[in-house]
Design a protein around this ligand. Sequence first.
Ligand SMILES: Cc1cc2nc3c(=O)[nH]c(=O)nc-3n(C[C@H](O)[C@H](O)[C@H](O)COP(=O)(O)OP(=O)(O)OC[C@H]3O[C@@H](n4cnc5c(N)ncnc54)[C@H](O)[C@@H]3O)c2cc1C
Length: 816
Amino acid sequence: MSVLPSHARVVIIGGGAVGASALYHLAKAGWTDCVLLEKNELTAGSTWHAAGNVPTFSSSWSLMNMQRYSASLYRDLGDLVDYPMNYHVTGSIRLGHSKERLQEFKRVVGMGRYQGMDLDILSPDEMRSKYPFLETHDLTGALYDPYDGDIDPAQLTQALAKGARDMGAKIFRFCPATGARREGEEWVISTPQGEIRCEKVVNAAGYYAREVGKWFGREVPMMVMSHQYMLFEEIPELAAWSREAGHKLPLLRDVDSSYYLRQEKTGMNLGPYERNCKAHWVTPDDPMPDDFSFQLFPDDLDRLEWYLNDAVERVPILGTAGLSRMINGPIPYAPDGNPLIGPMPGVPNAYEACVFTFGICQAGGAGKVLAEWVTEGETEWDMWSCDPRRYTSFAADKDYCVAKGMEIYGHEYAMHFPKYAWPAGRDQKHSPIHDRIKALGAQFKPYNGWERANWYAAPGDDLSEQSTQTWNREGPWRPRIEAECRAVTEAAGILDLPGFSRFRVKGEGATAWLSSLITGKVPKPGRIGLAYFSDDKGRIVTEMSVMMLDEDFFFLITAATAQWHDFEWLQKHLPKGAAFTIDDVTESFSCQILSGPNSRAILADVTDADLSKGWLTHQSCQIAGRWCQLVRVSFAGELGWEIHTKIEDTPAIFDAVWAAGQKHGLKPFGMEALDSLRIEKGYRAWKGDLSTDYTILQGGLDRFVDWAKPDFKGKAALEREKQQGVTKRFVTLTVEAGDCDAPYMSTLWHGGKVVGETTSGNWGYRTGKSIALGMLKADLAVPGTEIEVEIYGDRFKAVVQPDGPLFDPNNERLRA
Ligand SMILES: Cc1cc2nc3c(=O)[nH]c(=O)nc-3n(C[C@H](O)[C@H](O)[C@H](O)COP(=O)(O)OP(=O)(O)OC[C@H]3O[C@@H](n4cnc5c(N)ncnc54)[C@H](O)[C@@H]3O)c2cc1C
């Protein structure tokens, strides 16, 4: 046995499919001085008992991208590393029982096509021709994924491991990591075979990731579910068909009933995601064992009975087969069901590649993404959907993780309708005026754990879950959102915005440092401005509002969900020995957005502030005898102020403004109305319109670039891009849409070709138009150009609008 080296550049903890893929991709990137520690044999964790399905389907662009990459890697991997594998590309059929499901499929077909994959919609006849044993009488259609298939997870892991070893990386089996400590700039990982020092460390410990995370002071947001599949004996009819056809049946997923059914040799494999599901290792009477290598939970057939009966009705030959074996193993779940891939929050040079629910089909892509994080500090594709920093401290709560994990597992294939707020794990964080806005009819949705009003219902409105099961614009919310927008436009509206992330930057040198990080100018004292942060490639990292209180003293304000991400970006760029400090003071403040032509009159009744101060100014003042900061900006695009308050003073200040507003027509409004109002102004939203998939120049943010500054992060790349010409451009489109506005990543068409994609879409009530923001090939990004937007499978005419806001293009209302 080889001896554990005393040092490696990277140590990966965990030798499942994901850890092996991370090692393989690090080695491929030239980082061969890497060591993987596995406490048992490779594949001893979830990878051992996985069914091995490899779908490309996802309604998330980035997950689809990752899975597409995996499937393509697996096709060639055997040859590449000289390790033949059982990988059957059988295709798959995903059954649809409703109009809404077909819409979902058509959207995914559009995204898939854009990623170069020929996904397709099948009619019942076409389904039967591919799958003759299928009952189709109650189906509306199906999605066909020709790239889907199944792989032997152990062989996949071994192949990745061989590839990594061949390139010089090292794997130590039966060598558990038992602890980690920081010494200087290094991590020291302890094992029974001695200590190993490294620059960087990766937690790829699967369902043990929480335990490993603790060594780093990190509470990994996760829980563990039991997932079972049933293996059936040979079905002679299937065996005969397969012999004749010369291939296996496509994999079947009945997503509305919630199971997959796969041909396994001449039998079948049925794997339900059952509603009556079971979490493990969450109660004292079911403690997590120190070692669960190559172990399973006891069979629990009762939970699966309904699904078995349903599958037999769907594929009657299954009813003739005897059950040969059950597999019941642990799967880790993050609260949204996506894995954690990227920097370990708050911990230097530590990374996560863990909590994979679909770690076989995602391992390939995940290895690529992880290796990029480690070697370059950034990824080719925007991977926010999997970024560990998308969860902040509230998600460390075990009960929250269990509630969300069970909800996701029990609805694994559910459609995620835009107006539905999933009920589990709610009420993590309340605004100080939560009860007041609840009494006004607020319909809540969580944003980084904070419950915010999405819209305000009136008595008698249909608030059932059923009413939300649609992709359509129309619904009980529509007249309410319209009225909220009208109030903001004609009188005034107030929106409670708890959890606006806020960082205080103070001390000598802060201004110069900030200027070196943002593309534009630092505002003067007393003023606020939007600032964009670019990476070295010129790509959009984030957007913050910079409020300069005094020389070298700022508040930086950013999206609720960006709290950890943005804070880390600032900290990462903090110069050694800086004389200034950065503090996250999010929890100490709250905010009300007061917007609309009457907002000045309302404030005049409650404050002695100078309300004649212009747009993009701020001032300290008193309301109801309490301090607050009045900031003259409006994401809604009307005359308005943000009222920033100390958390404890928020109720008194809200009450005073609310009371004063009554004679001025003040109404509450929610996040839905705000989104409609902002899209009419062309204001970008983070991680939709603004992401690392685009550069600052592609994003149309040229006017936020101060080329005259001697330097700023990303300047060289942006100068190069400017010189070479920008290939795609951010545009505002008006769309002659049908019942639905364009969701994220709807494809844009021109002359029979895909020429771009939407980054967000909504209805504009002031303009009476369906609006989409998106990225279009630069030569087409000319006002007046007619293109088409594909929305849930249908194409609608759209027209490129002049650069600038659609509503109030000269910002006269804002400046009023
Ligand atoms: C029944 C079942 C069916 C499934 N079917 C599919 C499917 O069809 N398709 C799909 O994509 N996914 C499927 N999954 C999910 C899939 O198995 C997991 O997502 C995937 O295996 C996760 O891989 P991993 O490498 O992250 O974790 P694991 O495979 O669990 O690997 C983690 C490794 O870390 C090791 N380890 C832990 N602690 C330490 C330590 N301290 N030191 C060293 N090593 C340590 C463990 O021994 C283990 O080998 C299924 C899961 C189950 C339970």
